[in-house]
Design a protein around this ligand. Structure first.
Ligand SMILES: Cc1cc2nc3c(=O)[nH]c(=O)nc-3n(C[C@H](O)[C@H](O)[C@H](O)COP(=O)(O)O)c2cc1C
Length: 221
């Protein structure tokens, strides 16, 4: 198998927190730096770029999908992969992140499908917000994102950063290695794609069923 001459990957990185002093924004910054060091082109976004109102089907019918979700769709399609640094709220993902995913899932074709994702978190707690990432996997995998099996959760994050790095050298090295390994897989998949399947919410559904939540299969009516 020939290797691509140089990494060609474009990766979207953002933190799912609005706070100026967000720990997850710091971790997103480190993920961006690690991705650049690995040769990727980084699109570092802010959650404010993707600001949306609470999902309301009547608003969708009347006004369409809001600008913040249009922006996330545009940037998902413009990049090969994405990294989310997500806080844990009450043992789950932040509601605003789920709300953004819900709005963005309304586009057809559905823009998460086939995109590679790495999930990381930072929290003052001992578990580093890892439970929130498990909840985040569910809608992303449901939507066809290829969510990387390894996740990185930085415990006691309020004390963990120093000089734009994770102070503990072993943890910093593990973080960089995780980002690099994720990018290697996404790079390989970009050049050696497996068979592209249309996104279908339930694969057991009879093909051709005029269901709302099914992307049309190319070449079929
Ligand atoms: C509503 C709310 C719920 C929270 N629930 C949890 C939790 O379940 N587990 C946890 O580790 N931290 C929890 N935290 C603390 C956050 O991890 C902490 O505020 C973190 O700094 C938020 O991420 P940020 O710094 O990127 O904004 C919660 C914070 C808020 C505001």
């Amino acid at each position: 198998m020939t290797q691509p001459a140089a990494p060609t990957l474009k990766v979207l990185v953002f933190a799912a927190s609005m706070r100026a002093e967000s720990l997850n924004r710091k971790l997103a910054g480190l993920a961006a730096a690690s991705a650049r060091a690995a040769g990727a082109t980084v699109d570092l976004a802010s959650m404010r770029d993707f600001d949306v109102p609470s999902y309301d089907g009547d608003v969708e019918t009347r006004d369409g999908i809001p600008a913040g979700a249009q922006e996330l769709r545009r940037r998902l399609l413009d990049n090969d992969a994405f990294i989310i640094a997500a806080p844990e709220y009450n043992a789950s993902m932040p509601g605003m992140l789920k709300n953004l995913i819900d709005w963005t899932s309304r586009f057809r074709p559905q823009p998460f499908d086939g995109r590679h994702a790495l999930l990381v978190s930072a929290s003052p707690s001992m578990a580093g917000g890892n439970r929130g990432l498990w909840s985040l996997r569910v809608p992303l995998e449901h939507l066809g994102a290829r969510v990387y099996p390894d996740m990185f959760s930085l415990a006691m994050a309020h004390k963990a950063f120093a000089d734009e790095r994770i102070a503990d050298a072993a943890l910093q090295a593990r973080f960089e290695k995780t980002v690099q390994a994720f990018l290697s897989l996404a790079e390989a998949a970009k050049h050696y794609p497996c068979i592209k399947r249309a996104w279908v919410e339930f694969l057991g559904e009879i093909p051709g069923t005029p269901a709302d939540r099914v992307d049309p299969i190319p070449g079929t009516a």
